[in-house]
Ligand binder design. Structure first.
Ligand code: SF4
Length: 575
């Protein structure tokens, strides 16, 4: 703490009249000024146990408010940004959230949804207690029940299904995971092939396009060090990891990196681009292949990378038998192969001027190993052949050798922490065709949107069906098919909706179980937000606050609002 500077004459006058308190007796928190680019001030960790701030609503009186600051991680998108929760020591409640500058992904900078966690916590309409359906499914009548009775009822039904070999009748259908797959371990321990996701209507197309290159189903660009960035997404405002990505993209731009954005919309991202390429939907791959052709013709490719890391030899042998196996011959044949993909063809297909296609291709070629690119959902989801967008985009990375390089594009697995566990449950002996039907052998993720139709065709049933932060009635294309299936107890015996808030799917549940927001749950998280690896911890902050007060709650719902619980403890107790 340091003393205030001497009051000015007008402050002295105001003090004399009793309008403001005596400033000479006030102390102010020391403010540390950091190097340019870093946040200039924030509470240092050694003061987190008792951080003092003036009451924001009563600043002129300089009333002090004492906080216990407890870190956690945001749960409102997959970026997992670091949050600091400020617990008011007078009330014992969370008062606000701010960014945690020590989080390597978000570095203290968060989007509006991070601090809005306080609105979620205080939402007057949130679900605070476990609820059980009364009357028919979907009638909207509920009674409050205890967690013990919930655990007894659900575990009885799971046990019976397992004892009778009906393992495929148990499923866990997840919307936004936001954690490192603890539930998958639980399912495996139960011997159940029961994981279902939303991914097939979301990122599966892009994932497949990436995965067939090198097995890694997402890219992790090193935007900060790139010379040229191509985005087929709106990464400054949406998409996976948009906040950690956005701050690095803008940093790069400020350092002279050029940006191209392929998007029919003049999004916020496109508005910051040096090249806005408003491709007609479904034509992105044509533009990408045209750029690949230019890179090949103008010899802007990375000879060394192609020689060492790409299997063009087998392709030459198979498609061009008799051709001498040299990289030069492979390039020549590739140019022939893509002969139709001229810039003029790209313009005709996409509406993007051929001159811009050529300019961007040359910029990409010249950026070489410092070419960062990202496609996430957008052009690659929701349309036939969308996976080719990611596949063709990665082709540009391969041609320029910008795979796994500084300023290039890394496989996601390089930047995501995956723990090696000391023991793994044995693999389950079941294959659930309701999730991975045999007639779709190339499906990259579960064919989740077909589930109600399969139930309708009596290809199976669900005895215990968990929906977790997942609302298919609203988010999947044919919500009424889901309503039909969810209403029918022959198709879905027990539907358990695990959600912090009401949604259209929870309305058709037998149990609605309140699960915690960012500051009300334990999770481990790690995401490929940049060229670096981190793992973060999400924790129920009021439980940690209780611990700091010398208490040891047994379960998280004892310190959360109402009886809001968290999944990990729930699964452990249920098991
Ligand atoms: S970017 Fe995502 S994780 Fe980060 S603060 Fe916003 S919603 Fe939360």
């Amino acid at each position: 703490m340091q003393k205030q500077p001497d009051p000015s004459w007008i402050e002295k006058l105001a003090q004399g009249l009793g309008i403001i308190p005596d400033l000479s007796e006030q102390e102010t928190n020391e403010i540390e000024i950091l190097a340019e680019g870093q946040l200039s001030h924030f509470p240092p960790p050694e003061k987190w146990d008792d951080w003092v701030e003036y009451e924001a609503k009563d600043w002129s009186k300089k009333k002090k408010r004492h906080y216990s600051i407890i870190p956690t991680s945001c749960f409102n998108c997959e970026s997992g940004c670091g949050l600091l929760s400020y617990i008011d020591k007078e009330t014992g409640k969370v008062r606000k959230f701010e960014g945690n500058p020590y989080h390597p992904g978000s570095r203290g900078r968060i989007c509006a949804k991070g601090p809005a966690t306080i609105n979620q916590i205080e939402d007057p309409e949130r679900i605070l207690y476990p609820l059980k359906r009364v009357g028919k499914r979907g009638e909207g009548n509920w009674e409050r029940v205890s967690w013990d009775s919930v655990l007894d009822d659900i575990s009885d039904q799971i046990r019976l299904a397992l004892e009778e070999g009906r393992n495929n009748e148990i499923a866990y259908h997840v919307g936004r995971p936001g954690h490192e797959g603890y539930m998958d371990r639980v399912l495996q321990a139960w011997g159940v092939d029961g994981h279902n996701s939303h991914t097939n209507i979301c990122s599966a197309g892009a994932r497949f396009g990436y995965a067939i290159w090198d097995g890694s189903d997402r890219s992790s660009p090193d935007f900060s060090n790139a010379d040229f960035i191509l985005l087929i997404s709106a990464h400054l405002e949406s998409g996976h990891y948009f906040n950690p990505h956005a701050q690095r993209i803008i940093e790069a731009k400020n350092n002279g990196t050029k940006i191209a954005v392929m998007d029919i919309r003049l999004s916020n991202t496109a508005s910051r681009a040096d090249y806005w390429m408003p491709t007609y939907p479904g034509t992105e791959a044509a533009v990408l292949l045209s750029m690949a052709r230019i890179i090949l013709i103008e010899k802007l490719y990375n000879h060394e990378f192609l020689s060492n890391w790409v299997n063009w030899q087998d392709w030459l042998k198979k498609d061009h038998p008799g051709t001498k196996i040299t990289l030069e011959n492979a390039i020549e044949k590739l140019i022939e192969y893509y002969a139709d993909y001229t810039p003029e063809f790209a313009e005709k297909e996409s509406g993007v001027p051929s001159k811009m296609v050529i300019d961007v291709a040359r910029k990409i070629g010249r950026a070489g190993t410092r070419f960062s690119a990202m496609n996430w959902r957008s052009a690659s989801s929701g349309n036939l052949g969308g996976w080719q967008v990611a596949r063709c985009l990665k082709f540009l990375n391969v041609l320029t050798g910008s795979v796994g390089t500084q300023g290039g594009t890394l496989p996601s697995s390089w930047n995501k922490f995956k723990p090696t566990l000391c023991s793994e449950p044995p693999s389950q002996k079941f294959w659930n065709e309701l999730h991975f039907p045999n007639e779709y052998p190339l499906s990259h993720y579960e064919m989740s949107f077909l589930l109600p139709h399969f139930l309708n065709e009596k290809r199976g049933k669900m005895s215990v069906y968990f929906t977790r932060v997942f609302n298919p009635v609203w988010t999947l294309p044919d919500g009424f098919s889901w309503i039909e299936a969810l209403r029918d107890e022959e198709k879905i015996g027990l539907h358990v909706a695990m959600t912090p808030t009401w949604n259209e799917t929870a309305y058709f549940a037998d149990y609605v179980l309140p699960m915690g927001h960012s500051s009300e749950r334990h999770d481990l998280i790690s995401y490929e937000t940049h060229a670096g690896m981190w793992v973060a911890y999400r924790q129920p902050v009021l439980r940690e606050y209780a611990r700091r007060q010398g208490q040891e709650p047994e379960f998280t719902y004892q310190t959360n609002p109402g009886e809001v619980w968290e999944e990990d403890e729930f699964w452990i107790e249920l098991s």
